[in-house]
Design a protein around this ligand. Structure first.
Ligand code: HSE
Length: 373
């Protein structure tokens, strides 16, 4: 586009949307576009501060206003997409739709975006007139960012991924509830903690009693996540899998066009981390590649991968949700050969679910559309 594209932003007050806005401000993206903010509940209010005057917030259900835009970016969620995307296309809108929700991901016309890995596919799609560019599932994007160096060389036969997914992936209410659970536990254990004579088992009894109590906050998550975990994410699909587990294989293949296919499967688990998803990977290589070559391939895949040496100190310092949260780093470490045979490699990876897992691929897609990436 020769002029600055007009970009409608929908759902910018939620977790992913707020991170997106923050990143766009930081990277000067608003200088490249003409933004218009939309909301399902705050139409008419002043738009958020982007350093220059912009129109007041529009109504996110106003087809006439949205269809005048070159680009619509949504972090509003699947319900809005299900209602408004077909309405906009029916109204003849030919603009680019950039969405965080999963609604359109598996549509034939949709392109999954993660440009450090699939820029060529994005460019080809743009050239043939594709208009729907959708962010992939956070767990999938973070895993692919971690091991793309191996996949791109065709070295990988299959990957088993066991996830440790943060509360933020379940939404803002889940994050609040996790912290409320932590508080309830802290309050129940406070007296025992302050008494140096109190043993660990007594402390555990206080914590367990609090978690079992009817007053323990669980309206959102259903069960305790703090001091526990939940080995089930999203709804059941076929063959004993959850939908989150199903996405691992199908979205990775759609995103990268892997051929021959590389089976990707495992078990997805919610843990009490705030915003970083971690994954324990078992990687079966097609042949026994030396470990230093595996490391070099991983480390050189793109500028955000951080190879952490398989040592205790480095792991504790750089390969935890606490260390990675709020950064664009894709940390991967614990790399070592597994007992199953010379083709088997174990690894552990950690990335911010709100950044590379959600907001960053969308932000960069807008930049690509503005001709500035
Ligand atoms: N579905 C992911 C999760 C979040 O539940 O953690 C976004 O893809």
């Amino acid at each position: 586009m020769a002029r600055k594209p007009t970009v409608g932003l929908v759902g910018w007050r939620g977790m992913v949307g707020s991170v997106l806005l923050e990143r766009m401000r930081l990277e000067g993206d608003f200088e490249r576009i003409e933004p218009v903010f939309f909301s399902t509940s705050r139409a008419g209010e002043p738009a958020p501060d982007i350093g220059r005057p912009v129109p007041p917030v529009g109504d996110a259900y106003d087809v006439e206003a949205l269809r005048r835009l070159d680009v619509v970016v949504s972090c509003q969620g699947g319900e809005w997409t299900s209602a408004m995307y077909p309405a906009l296309r029916r109204a003849g809108w030919k603009g680019y739709f950039v969405d965080a929700a999963s609604t359109l991901r598996m549509h034939d016309e949709s392109v999954l975006v993660l440009d450090p890995l699939n820029r060529a596919r994005i460019d080809e799609a743009l050239a043939r007139g594709a208009r729907d560019f959708i962010g992939a599932n956070c767990t999938v994007s973070l895993m692919l960012m971690a091991v793309h160096g191996l996949l791109v060389r065709g070295w990988v036969e299959w990957i088993s991924t066991m996830t440790y997914q943060a509360a933020s992936g379940a939404g803002a209410r889940a994050v609040r509830e996790l912290v409320a659970q932590m508080r309830a536990i802290g309050q129940a254990a406070s007296a025992a903690l302050d008494d140096p004579a109190c043993g660990a088992l007594e402390l555990d009894r206080a914590v367990s009693a609090a978690m079992a109590d009817a007053s323990f906050p669980r309206a959102e998550l259903g069960v305790p996540l703090a001091a526990s975990l939940i080995p089930w994410i999203d709804r059941a699909v076929e063959d004993g899998r959850t939908r989150e587990e199903w996405k691992g294989h199908v979205e990775a293949h759609k995103l990268l066009g892997l051929d021959p296919p590389v089976p990707i499967d495992g078990i997805c688990v919610r843990v009490g981390a705030m915003r970083c998803h971690s994954q324990g990977l078992t990687i079966k290589l097609r042949r026994p590649v030396p470990l230093d070559e595996v490391e070099a391939a991983i480390a050189s895949a793109h500028p955000w991968v951080r190879l952490v040496p398989n040592e205790r100190e480095a792991t504790l310092e750089r390969l935890t949700p606490a260390a990675v949260a709020g950064t664009l780093d894709i940390a991967i470490g614990r790399l070592h050969r597994l007992r199953m045979g010379p083709e088997y490699v174990g690894a552990f990876t950690c990335g911010d679910q709100l950044l590379w897992g959600a907001a960053e691929p969308l932000r960069r897609m807008v930049r690509i559309l503005a001709g500035a990436l």
